[in-house]
Design a protein around this ligand. Structure first.
Ligand SMILES: NC(=O)c1ccc[n+]([C@@H]2O[C@H](COP(=O)([O-])OP(=O)(O)OC[C@H]3O[C@@H](n4cnc5c(N)ncnc54)[C@H](O)[C@@H]3O)[C@@H](O)[C@H]2O)c1
Length: 258
């Protein structure tokens, strides 16, 4: 499938990531259908997309888009609680978490939902997971379309951060990879190519490197070498990092930056 043939993108999960991905897509002119398990989650997502800290209204006030673009983008935003409504979408991006276990990254939940999508969604639609952790090969096994299955790992806030890691497996077709690369380009993202390691829940590039930095930073604080504030200050002023490796409270990726 080519990007110009993508009429509608289904997004699973209307949380921090799903909402941000939806906002990015509609502002780029792509119609989306966002699915979550209840109306409250969908209502919250709409509110964040429109009135959130990085929402459309703030963008309008700051002159990032015109009233016309704002109205047009909102007209491309659709919600549903019925998974059956995703039958005809061309691309599904999965950003679910917090199921029965409440876990952000829940492999059994993702496998269950992908198996459900396999039954519902048309056979030539591409499936992309926004997992931060799990092997894409492992998730693809819940479906019968390994050549159409791929990882599309966004960073939070999804409508602001430029990077998307595209994770391909041994079975992902060149056409599928090209489609996702084109989606990233059309949606104003910078993509990098990552090869999946079957059975290894690694964190790909960004989270893997940040994990090492965070662990070392925590060790420095725990052993009493320096305070968390000074660890962050060292990296910001010594290496020009935009922020230090240690969270110091306040809103962050998990909260949706509200
Ligand atoms: N938060 C981040 O910084 C970040 C960054 C990159 C990737 N991710 C990944 O994205 C995924 C979602 O993370 P989040 O931060 O948006 O979580 P979140 O808790 O904000 O949102 C998850 C949403 O998924 C919904 N959901 C649960 N089961 C569902 C189902 N069967 N169908 C549709 N929706 C369902 C929940 O109701 C919830 O609204 C996770 O896999 C996470 O690891 C998160």
């Amino acid at each position: 499938m080519k990007f110009e043939n993508v009429d509608c993108v289904g997004i699973l999960g209307a949380g921090v990531m799903g909402g941000g991905i939806a906002q990015n897509a509609i502002l780029s002119g792509t119609k989306v259908l966002v699915r979550d398990i209840n109306d409250e989650a969908l209502e919250k997502a709409r509110e964040t997309i429109v009135n959130g800290r990085f929402g459309l209204r703030v963008g309008l006030e700051r002159g990032k888009h015109t009233q016309e673009e704002y109205d047009w983008a909102l007209g491309l935003l659709n919600f549903t609680t019925d998974p059956g409504d995703l039958a005809d979408v061309d691309l599904v991006i999965e950003a679910i978490g917090g199921g029965d276990t409440g876990k952000l990254e829940d492999k059994p939940l993702k496998l269950k939902v992908w198996a459900e999508m396999e039954e519902i969604v048309k056979k030539d639609a591409v499936f992309a997971s926004n997992t931060s952790t799990f092997s894409i090969t492992d998730l693809a096994q819940a479906t019968n379309r390994p050549e159409l299955f791929i990882g599309m790992h966004w960073f939070s806030p999804a409508n602001i951060m430029k990077l998307v890691e595209i994770i391909h497996t041994e079975s992902t077709s060149e056409e599928t990879y090209q489609l996702i690369e084109d989606v990233c380009k059309a949606w104003g993202k910078v993509s990098v190519k990552v090869k999946d390691i079957p059975g290894v829940d690694s964190g790909f590039i960004g989270n893997r490197i940040m994990g090492v930095a965070r662990r070392e930073a925590m060790k420095i604080v725990e052993e009493g070498t320096a305070t968390a504030e000074d660890v962050n200050k060292a990296m910001v002023h010594g290496f020009r990092w935009p922020a230090g490796p240690l969270p110091l409270g306040g809103p962050g990726a998990r909260s949706g930056w509200q």
